[in-house]
Design a protein around this ligand. Structure first.
Ligand SMILES: Nc1nc2c(ncn2[C@@H]2O[C@H](COP(=O)(O)OP(=O)(O)OP(=O)(O)O)[C@@H](O)[C@H]2O)c(=O)[nH]1
Ligand SMILES: [Mg+2]
Ligand SMILES: [Zn+2]
Length: 400
């Protein structure tokens, strides 16, 4: 008896083919070179590197890649080259009120855009992110908000004026650290520090030393002076993307303009009494710089709520190491005997305010994590219910 083949033996051995073998290579055209100028990661074969991106491109052969450069309430502005920007319609699915906001495109995202004869071009797909900087959205319900996507560096900006606040820097670092980008602390108004308050200088020096010891890069600049801001160029090489975050008045837009070489972003004077800004920047914008990098300027944040995904232990390794030495494993560092944390505070090796900040942030992250777990459980339950319903409909009416 001759053996029966399910497939003729001449068929190619499919399992040996890679999933992308049939994706036609995109030649390195002038268009892809322009895309590269706004951060598009192209390999030697002309395709972007991430396999998931190649698959999405293959799935939407008529669409072209673009980067989200501005996000307004009314919609998106995308770019296909440093000087080529246009408005687009968002994906219909994203307009559903219950769609998670952090899964919609944000500034820095790469999307695929489909042109149309009688409408505005439309976003048809979001390419997976390599980093996402997020925070908890203001308001009662648990929601996440995307600050920027596909960034390599997060510049945490804080002024060396009356607004200087080491605790706020700590909070920013906790939030941005897990997002997949390198945080760098920029202290602006270095030219003003001594004028405002003499005591600020030693306090700032202590913060710089402390952050340095924890492995963070810290740069002090005069954001108005182009000769001073060149200190940031190591993070702004060709193809790199950085985002500026910090409170209003910290100097984010001033930095952007100095790095750009002209005043593109509006800047606003701070209030004299407390150096607070007036929320001059109102939308996020990605700006290609002469250095070949892209810089994202953002509005100053009023509130910085954790998403629940932050790693408090990683950010407070000093406190955690002390806590491990407490006599009781569940020590609350209150009145328990043999508490190493309290001993360190009393001995002056742990700052009281840093410990207070650890307690507060641990509580906030744990609270947000609980809400996030509930949201995930609700979503999973909704999915199961949806599947069960589909199964019942299939049984009753046949596959639909
Ligand atoms: N002397 C001095 N002034 C600065 C420096 N950085 C910013 N400023 C001033 O601080 C004020 C606020 O700067 P902006 O760049 O508008 O601040 P921002 O962070 O963009 O603020 P928002 O857009 O409101 O979030 C402006 O008057 C700037 O000129 C600095 O390094 N030195
Ligand atoms: Mg601004
Ligand atoms: Zn203790």
């Amino acid at each position: 008896m001759t053996p029966r083949h399910t497939r003729p033996p001449t068929d190619p051995p499919r399992q040996l083919e890679s999933a992308h073998a049939h994706t036609p290579p995109v030649p390195l055209t002038p268009e892809t070179a322009l895309l590269q100028a706004i951060g598009w990661p192209v390999e030697a074969d002309g395709l972007p590197q991430p396999p998931a991106w190649r698959e999405k491109l293959a799935a939407h052969p008529g669409a072209r890649p673009a980067r989200v450069v501005e996000q307004h309430r009314s919609g998106y502005v995308v770019a296909t080259a440093p000087d080529t920007t246009f408005t687009v319609e968002s994906l219909a699915e994203w307009q559903r009120p219950r769609f998670p906001p952090e899964q919609r495109a944000g500034v820095g995202d790469w999307v695929l855009v489909q042109d149309s004869d009688n409408h505005r071009p439309q976003i048809v797909a979001l390419l997976p992110r390599h980093s996402a900087i997020k925070r908890g959205a203001a308001g009662e319900h648990y929601r996440q908000q995307l600050i920027a996507a596909n960034v390599d560096t997060v510049f945490v900006v804080c002024g060396l004026d009356a607004d200087f606040n080491p605790r706020r820097i700590e909070r920013y670092l906790l939030l941005v650290r897990g997002g997949g980008a390198e945080p760098v602390v920029i202290l602006t108004k270095a030219d003003q520090a001594a004028l405002v308050d003499e005591s600020l200088v030693p306090s700032a020096v202590a913060v710089v030393e402390d952050l340095g010891a924890k492995g963070f890069a810290v740069v002090a600049v005069n954001a108005r002076d182009p000769a001073s801001v060149i200190a940031l160029l190591p993070w702004l090489g060709p193809g790199r993307t950085a985002v500026l975050v910090g409170s209003s008045g910290a100097g984010k837009s001033t930095l952007t303009n100095s790095l750009l070489g002209f005043d593109r972003m509006k800047t606003g004077a701070v209030r004299e009494s407390d150096a607070r800004g007036r929320h001059t920047t109102t939308y996020r914008a990605l700006i290609p710089l002469p250095s070949g990098a892209c810089l994202i300027d953002t509005p100053g944040m009023r509130e910085l709520k954790p998403t629940g995904e932050e790693d408090v232990a990683e950010n407070f390794a000093d406190v955690e190491a002390l806590a491990a030495q407490c006599r009781f494993r569940d020590c609350k560092h209150g009145r328990e005997p043999g508490c190493a944390v309290r001993a360190a505070i009393e001995g002056g090796t742990l700052d009281t305010q840093r410990f207070a900040s650890f307690v507060k942030l641990s509580g906030e992250v744990a609270g947000a994590a609980t809400k996030l777990a509930h949201r995930r459980a609700d979503n999973a339950a909704a999915k199961v219910q949806g599947k069960a319903l589909n199964k019942r409909l299939d049984e009753k009416y046949g596959k639909h």
